[in-house]
Design a protein around this ligand. Structure first.
Ligand code: SF4
Length: 213
C-alpha cells in the first residue's frame, strides 16, 4: 500500500474509538477544497517518499491493547488494488477497520464488505447526484460517475454494517436548495454536513503551480 501518512493515535476519527489513522496516497478526484493536496496532486506526490508498510504493522502489533481500530483514509484508498490484502493484514492483527471513500469504486467496495474486511464506512457525497454539479466539485472526469456513486450508496444501504454519508459544504456549490435536497434524500441514514475549513487546499496548490515560473 502506498502510505503517505500515519497518525498513531486519534480520538476523533471514529466516534467512540481510539484509532490509528492511515493516509493512502493518490486519488482519482481533484476536489478544490481538499485538505490533503500532498496525497493527491501528482507533482507533489513525486517529492514524497512512501512510509513502508512494515513500519505501520510493527506499530500495530505492539498496540493491540490500546487501540480499538484503524481508520484507512486518503487520498482514495479504493484506487489501490492491494487495498484488500492490506485490510486483511490489519484484520489479522485483530483490529476493527473504518474505511473512508469517495464512492467511485462500488464493485471494490462491495467485495470488501462481502469479505467483512471493514466495520464502518464513511462515504463522501459531494453534492446531489447530478453529473454537472458533481463534476464542478470533484474537478475530474470519471466514466459513469453518478451511477457509481449511486451504486455505492445502494451497496451500503443493503449491507448490515454501520455507515455514514457526509457532505462538505462549499458556499459556491451548495445553495440552500441543494442542502435541503441532500438532507431530504438522506434523512433515512446517518448523514452529516461538514463545514469547509480554509487552509492548504488543492485549489490553492493548483493556483500556486500555475504561478510558478
Ligand atoms: S477531498 Fe476529494 S481530492 Fe481530496 S482525497 Fe477526498 S476525494 Fe480525493
Amino acid at each position: 500500500m502506498r502510505i503517505g501518512g500515519i497518525v498513531k493515535q486519534s480520538f476523533i476519527d471514529w466516534e467512540g474509538k481510539v484509532t490509528t489513522v492511515v493516509f493512502t496516497r493518490g486519488c482519482n478526484f481533484r476536489c478544490g477544497y481538499c485538505h490533503n493536496p500532498s496525497l493527491v496532486l501528482p507533482h507533489l506526490l513525486v517529492n514524497e517518499t512512501d512510509i513502508p508498510e512494515n513500519q505501520l504493522f510493527d506499530y500495530l502489533k505492539t498496540r493491540r491493547e490500546w487501540l480499538d481500530g484503524v481508520v484507512v483514509t486518503g487520498g482514495e484508498p479504493t484506487i489501490h488494488a492491494d487495498l484488500e490484502s492490506f485490510l486483511e493484514a490489519i484484520k489479522n492483527l485483530g483490529y476493527l477497520i473504518k474505511l473512508d471513500t469517495n464512492g467511485s469504486n462500488p464493485m471494490f467496495l462491495k467485495k470488501l464488505l462481502a469479505r467483512k474486511l471493514v466495520d464502518f464506512v464513511a462515504m463522501d457525497v459531494k453534492t446531489v447526484l447530478d453529473l454537472g454539479k458533481y463534476q464542478q466539485i470533484i474537478g475530474a472526469n470519471i466514466p459513469d460517475l453518478i451511477r457509481k456513486i449511486d451504486d455505492s450508496i445502494q451497496i451500503l444501504n443493503a449491507s448490515n454494517i454501520d455507515f455514514q454519508l457526509r457532505t462538505t459544504l462549499i458556499p459556491k456549490y451548495h445553495s440552500p436548495d441543494i442542502i435541503q435536497q441532500l438532507q431530504t434524500q438522506f434523512s433515512y441514514c446517518n448523514y452529516q454536513l461538514q463545514e469547509f475549513r480554509a487552509g492548504d487546499t488543492i485549489e490553492n496548490r493548483v493556483v500556486e503551480k500555475k504561478e510558478m515560473p
